[in-house]
Design a protein around this ligand. Structure first.
Ligand code: SAM
Length: 282
Protein backbone atom coordinates (compact mmCIF):
# COMPACT_ATOMS: atom_id res chain seq x y z
CA UNK A 1 0.00 0.00 0.00
CA UNK A 2 1.27 3.47 -0.84
CA UNK A 3 0.86 5.92 2.01
CA UNK A 4 3.82 8.27 1.52
CA UNK A 5 2.95 11.72 0.20
CA UNK A 6 5.83 14.01 -0.59
CA UNK A 7 3.71 17.10 0.12
CA UNK A 8 4.36 16.60 3.85
CA UNK A 9 8.10 17.00 3.30
CA UNK A 10 8.33 19.33 0.29
CA UNK A 11 11.25 21.75 0.36
CA UNK A 12 13.04 20.14 3.29
CA UNK A 13 16.85 19.89 3.48
CA UNK A 14 16.82 16.60 1.56
CA UNK A 15 14.84 18.15 -1.31
CA UNK A 16 17.34 20.99 -1.47
CA UNK A 17 20.25 18.53 -1.58
CA UNK A 18 18.55 16.32 -4.20
CA UNK A 19 17.28 19.06 -6.49
CA UNK A 20 20.49 21.09 -6.34
CA UNK A 21 22.44 18.00 -7.41
CA UNK A 22 19.92 17.34 -10.18
CA UNK A 23 20.10 20.96 -11.32
CA UNK A 24 23.91 20.81 -11.44
CA UNK A 25 23.87 17.56 -13.44
CA UNK A 26 21.40 19.02 -15.97
CA UNK A 27 23.62 22.10 -16.26
CA UNK A 28 26.57 19.92 -17.25
CA UNK A 29 24.50 17.86 -19.69
CA UNK A 30 23.21 20.98 -21.46
CA UNK A 31 26.74 21.93 -22.47
CA UNK A 32 26.32 19.62 -25.49
CA UNK A 33 23.59 19.87 -28.11
CA UNK A 34 22.84 16.16 -28.55
CA UNK A 35 19.41 15.12 -27.34
CA UNK A 36 18.71 13.75 -23.87
CA UNK A 37 15.98 11.47 -22.56
CA UNK A 38 15.25 12.14 -18.91
CA UNK A 39 13.36 9.68 -16.74
CA UNK A 40 12.02 10.39 -13.26
CA UNK A 41 11.04 7.02 -11.81
CA UNK A 42 9.24 8.42 -8.73
CA UNK A 43 7.86 11.76 -9.79
CA UNK A 44 5.37 12.74 -7.08
CA UNK A 45 2.78 15.41 -7.85
CA UNK A 46 5.17 17.97 -9.32
CA UNK A 47 4.48 21.24 -7.52
CA UNK A 48 3.92 21.97 -3.83
CA UNK A 49 2.16 25.14 -2.63
CA UNK A 50 3.67 25.76 0.80
CA UNK A 51 0.29 26.79 2.19
CA UNK A 52 -1.31 23.44 1.24
CA UNK A 53 -2.66 21.57 4.25
CA UNK A 54 -0.13 18.70 4.08
CA UNK A 55 2.93 20.96 3.63
CA UNK A 56 1.76 23.47 6.23
CA UNK A 57 1.35 20.69 8.78
CA UNK A 58 5.05 19.88 9.30
CA UNK A 59 6.54 22.95 7.58
CA UNK A 60 9.77 21.10 6.93
CA UNK A 61 10.60 23.66 4.24
CA UNK A 62 11.30 26.18 7.01
CA UNK A 63 14.49 24.31 7.89
CA UNK A 64 15.30 23.64 4.26
CA UNK A 65 14.61 25.81 1.26
CA UNK A 66 13.38 28.79 3.31
CA UNK A 67 16.83 29.18 4.88
CA UNK A 68 18.48 29.36 1.46
CA UNK A 69 15.80 31.70 0.18
CA UNK A 70 16.38 34.11 3.06
CA UNK A 71 20.13 34.08 2.37
CA UNK A 72 19.77 34.22 -1.43
CA UNK A 73 21.69 37.45 -1.96
CA UNK A 74 24.72 36.08 -0.14
CA UNK A 75 24.48 32.63 -1.74
CA UNK A 76 24.27 34.18 -5.20
CA UNK A 77 28.12 34.53 -5.19
CA UNK A 78 28.16 30.86 -6.00
CA UNK A 79 27.08 30.45 -9.64
CA UNK A 80 25.32 27.13 -9.12
CA UNK A 81 23.37 28.32 -6.06
CA UNK A 82 22.61 31.65 -7.71
CA UNK A 83 21.17 29.95 -10.81
CA UNK A 84 19.22 27.46 -8.69
CA UNK A 85 17.68 30.20 -6.58
CA UNK A 86 16.85 32.28 -9.67
CA UNK A 87 15.05 29.24 -11.14
CA UNK A 88 13.22 28.75 -7.85
CA UNK A 89 12.18 32.40 -7.91
CA UNK A 90 10.49 31.86 -11.29
CA UNK A 91 8.07 29.43 -9.65
CA UNK A 92 6.75 31.91 -7.13
CA UNK A 93 3.45 33.72 -7.52
CA UNK A 94 4.97 37.07 -6.52
CA UNK A 95 8.49 38.46 -6.86
CA UNK A 96 10.57 38.03 -3.72
CA UNK A 97 8.12 35.66 -2.04
CA UNK A 98 8.46 31.95 -1.42
CA UNK A 99 5.07 30.25 -1.72
CA UNK A 100 5.72 27.19 -3.87
CA UNK A 101 8.33 24.47 -3.90
CA UNK A 102 8.81 22.67 -7.20
CA UNK A 103 9.37 18.91 -7.27
CA UNK A 104 11.64 16.96 -9.58
CA UNK A 105 9.18 17.00 -12.57
CA UNK A 106 9.46 20.76 -12.63
CA UNK A 107 13.24 20.90 -12.10
CA UNK A 108 13.57 18.50 -15.04
CA UNK A 109 11.01 20.03 -17.37
CA UNK A 110 11.94 23.69 -16.98
CA UNK A 111 15.21 23.20 -18.85
CA UNK A 112 13.92 20.74 -21.44
CA UNK A 113 14.98 21.67 -24.97
CA UNK A 114 13.01 20.86 -28.14
CA UNK A 115 15.25 17.86 -28.88
CA UNK A 116 14.89 16.34 -25.37
CA UNK A 117 12.11 14.31 -23.79
CA UNK A 118 11.06 13.54 -20.26
CA UNK A 119 9.16 10.57 -18.84
CA UNK A 120 7.60 10.89 -15.39
CA UNK A 121 6.51 7.72 -13.61
CA UNK A 122 4.21 7.82 -10.60
CA UNK A 123 2.43 4.86 -9.07
CA UNK A 124 0.11 6.53 -6.55
CA UNK A 125 -3.21 7.29 -8.29
CA UNK A 126 -3.80 10.52 -6.36
CA UNK A 127 -0.27 11.83 -6.93
CA UNK A 128 -0.39 10.84 -10.60
CA UNK A 129 -3.77 12.58 -10.93
CA UNK A 130 -2.27 15.82 -9.63
CA UNK A 131 0.81 15.45 -11.81
CA UNK A 132 -1.46 14.96 -14.84
CA UNK A 133 -2.98 18.39 -14.16
CA UNK A 134 0.35 20.24 -14.16
CA UNK A 135 1.07 22.47 -17.14
CA UNK A 136 4.21 20.88 -18.59
CA UNK A 137 5.77 21.03 -22.07
CA UNK A 138 4.54 18.72 -24.87
CA UNK A 139 7.68 16.59 -24.77
CA UNK A 140 6.84 15.40 -21.24
CA UNK A 141 5.10 12.05 -20.91
CA UNK A 142 3.37 11.09 -17.67
CA UNK A 143 3.03 7.39 -16.92
CA UNK A 144 0.81 5.98 -14.19
CA UNK A 145 2.83 2.93 -13.18
CA UNK A 146 5.88 1.42 -11.52
CA UNK A 147 8.95 3.55 -12.24
CA UNK A 148 11.63 0.90 -11.75
CA UNK A 149 9.93 -1.56 -14.10
CA UNK A 150 9.09 1.25 -16.50
CA UNK A 151 12.73 2.37 -16.63
CA UNK A 152 14.19 -1.05 -17.38
CA UNK A 153 11.47 -1.86 -19.94
CA UNK A 154 12.07 1.34 -21.93
CA UNK A 155 15.83 0.91 -22.37
CA UNK A 156 17.71 1.52 -24.55
CA UNK A 157 16.30 4.89 -25.56
CA UNK A 158 16.61 6.40 -29.07
CA UNK A 159 18.43 9.56 -27.90
CA UNK A 160 22.25 9.52 -27.57
CA UNK A 161 22.05 10.50 -23.89
CA UNK A 162 19.98 9.39 -20.92
CA UNK A 163 19.62 10.88 -17.46
CA UNK A 164 17.58 9.15 -14.75
CA UNK A 165 16.46 10.26 -11.30
CA UNK A 166 15.54 7.46 -8.89
CA UNK A 167 13.89 8.96 -5.83
CA UNK A 168 11.72 6.45 -3.97
CA UNK A 169 10.17 6.98 -0.55
CA UNK A 170 11.72 3.72 0.81
CA UNK A 171 8.44 3.04 2.65
CA UNK A 172 9.25 -0.65 2.31
CA UNK A 173 12.66 -1.99 3.39
CA UNK A 174 12.76 -4.13 0.25
CA UNK A 175 12.99 -0.98 -1.86
CA UNK A 176 16.73 -0.58 -1.15
CA UNK A 177 17.46 -3.91 -2.83
CA UNK A 178 14.87 -3.34 -5.57
CA UNK A 179 16.43 -0.01 -6.49
CA UNK A 180 19.91 -1.56 -6.63
CA UNK A 181 18.69 -4.37 -8.87
CA UNK A 182 16.78 -2.08 -11.25
CA UNK A 183 19.68 0.38 -11.51
CA UNK A 184 22.16 -2.45 -12.25
CA UNK A 185 19.83 -3.79 -14.95
CA UNK A 186 19.43 -0.30 -16.40
CA UNK A 187 23.23 0.23 -16.47
CA UNK A 188 23.68 -3.01 -18.39
CA UNK A 189 21.22 -1.74 -21.04
CA UNK A 190 22.46 1.87 -21.09
CA UNK A 191 26.10 1.93 -19.95
CA UNK A 192 26.59 5.66 -20.45
CA UNK A 193 23.44 6.76 -18.61
CA UNK A 194 23.84 9.38 -15.91
CA UNK A 195 21.79 8.04 -13.01
CA UNK A 196 21.04 9.88 -9.78
CA UNK A 197 19.86 7.81 -6.84
CA UNK A 198 18.59 9.46 -3.67
CA UNK A 199 18.56 7.66 -0.30
CA UNK A 200 17.82 8.67 3.29
CA UNK A 201 20.47 8.48 6.01
CA UNK A 202 18.73 6.75 8.91
CA UNK A 203 20.21 5.73 12.26
CA UNK A 204 19.63 2.11 11.18
CA UNK A 205 21.90 2.65 8.15
CA UNK A 206 19.51 0.86 5.78
CA UNK A 207 21.06 2.53 2.73
CA UNK A 208 24.03 0.15 3.07
CA UNK A 209 21.98 -2.55 1.37
CA UNK A 210 21.47 -0.25 -1.59
CA UNK A 211 25.18 0.59 -1.81
CA UNK A 212 26.24 -3.05 -1.49
CA UNK A 213 23.74 -4.08 -4.17
CA UNK A 214 25.09 -1.50 -6.58
CA UNK A 215 28.72 -2.40 -5.87
CA UNK A 216 28.04 -6.11 -6.24
CA UNK A 217 26.21 -5.36 -9.50
CA UNK A 218 29.39 -3.80 -10.92
CA UNK A 219 28.27 -0.17 -11.16
CA UNK A 220 31.29 2.12 -11.86
CA UNK A 221 32.18 5.80 -11.79
CA UNK A 222 29.96 6.87 -8.91
CA UNK A 223 30.22 10.17 -7.10
CA UNK A 224 28.58 10.13 -3.67
CA UNK A 225 27.29 13.13 -1.77
CA UNK A 226 26.03 12.80 1.80
CA UNK A 227 24.54 15.65 3.77
CA UNK A 228 24.27 14.75 7.45
CA UNK A 229 22.42 17.09 9.80
CA UNK A 230 23.58 15.47 13.02
CA UNK A 231 24.66 12.25 14.65
CA UNK A 232 21.65 10.17 15.78
CA UNK A 233 20.42 10.51 19.36
CA UNK A 234 19.90 7.37 21.43
CA UNK A 235 16.79 5.57 20.14
CA UNK A 236 16.22 8.04 17.26
CA UNK A 237 14.70 6.51 14.13
CA UNK A 238 13.98 9.40 11.76
CA UNK A 239 16.01 10.77 8.87
CA UNK A 240 19.26 12.44 9.95
CA UNK A 241 20.68 13.04 6.50
CA UNK A 242 20.32 12.79 2.76
CA UNK A 243 22.43 10.82 0.30
CA UNK A 244 22.85 11.12 -3.46
CA UNK A 245 24.75 8.89 -5.82
CA UNK A 246 25.55 10.11 -9.31
CA UNK A 247 26.57 7.28 -11.62
CA UNK A 248 28.66 8.48 -14.58
CA UNK A 249 28.87 11.86 -12.89
CA UNK A 250 29.85 14.63 -15.35
CA UNK A 251 33.39 15.97 -15.06
CA UNK A 252 33.58 18.90 -12.61
CA UNK A 253 30.26 18.13 -10.86
CA UNK A 254 32.07 17.14 -7.68
CA UNK A 255 33.89 20.46 -7.29
CA UNK A 256 30.80 22.58 -8.01
CA UNK A 257 28.71 20.63 -5.54
CA UNK A 258 31.39 20.72 -2.84
CA UNK A 259 31.60 24.50 -3.15
CA UNK A 260 27.81 24.94 -3.05
CA UNK A 261 27.36 22.59 -0.11
CA UNK A 262 30.07 24.41 1.85
CA UNK A 263 28.00 27.60 1.52
CA UNK A 264 24.76 25.91 2.54
CA UNK A 265 26.04 24.02 5.61
CA UNK A 266 26.14 26.98 8.02
CA UNK A 267 22.45 27.60 7.25
CA UNK A 268 21.46 24.07 8.20
CA UNK A 269 22.87 24.06 11.71
CA UNK A 270 26.17 23.75 13.56
CA UNK A 271 26.30 19.98 13.44
CA UNK A 272 25.61 19.61 9.72
CA UNK A 273 28.33 18.04 7.57
CA UNK A 274 28.81 17.23 3.90
CA UNK A 275 30.94 14.46 2.51
CA UNK A 276 31.56 14.12 -1.20
CA UNK A 277 33.71 11.31 -2.57
CA UNK A 278 34.23 9.08 -5.59
CA UNK A 279 32.67 6.03 -4.01
CA UNK A 280 33.45 3.79 -6.99
CA UNK A 281 36.04 4.84 -9.55
CA UNK A 282 36.10 4.13 -13.31
N1 SAM B 1 10.89 12.83 -6.98
C1 SAM B 1 9.91 13.66 -6.30
C2 SAM B 1 10.48 15.04 -6.15
O1 SAM B 1 11.71 15.17 -6.04
O2 SAM B 1 9.72 16.01 -6.16
C3 SAM B 1 9.49 13.09 -4.97
C4 SAM B 1 9.14 11.65 -5.01
S1 SAM B 1 8.60 10.97 -3.50
C5 SAM B 1 10.05 10.86 -2.57
C6 SAM B 1 8.33 9.29 -3.96
C7 SAM B 1 7.11 9.10 -4.88
O3 SAM B 1 7.19 7.79 -5.45
C8 SAM B 1 5.77 9.16 -4.19
O4 SAM B 1 4.97 10.11 -4.85
C9 SAM B 1 5.19 7.75 -4.34
O5 SAM B 1 3.79 7.76 -4.54
C10 SAM B 1 5.89 7.28 -5.58
N2 SAM B 1 6.05 5.82 -5.73
C11 SAM B 1 6.16 4.86 -4.77
N3 SAM B 1 6.45 3.67 -5.33
C12 SAM B 1 6.53 3.87 -6.67
C13 SAM B 1 6.85 3.04 -7.78
N4 SAM B 1 7.12 1.74 -7.61
N5 SAM B 1 6.88 3.59 -9.01
C14 SAM B 1 6.60 4.91 -9.19
N6 SAM B 1 6.29 5.75 -8.18
C15 SAM B 1 6.27 5.24 -6.93
Amino acid sequence: MLSYQHAYHAGNFADVHKHLTLFAVIDHLLRKRSSITYMDTHAGRGLYPLAAEETAKLQEYREGVARLWQARERLGDDLLLGDWLTALGRMQSRAGGLDHYPGSPWWLSQRLREQDRLMLFELHPGEHGQLAQQALPDNVQRVHGDGLQGLVKRLPVPSPRLCVLVDPSYERKAEYAEVAEAVCQAMRKARHAVVLVWYPLLPAGRHRELLEGLRDGGVRKVWRSELRLREPQQGERGMIGSGMLVINAPWGLDERMEAAMAKILPLLGETSRHRGDWWVGE
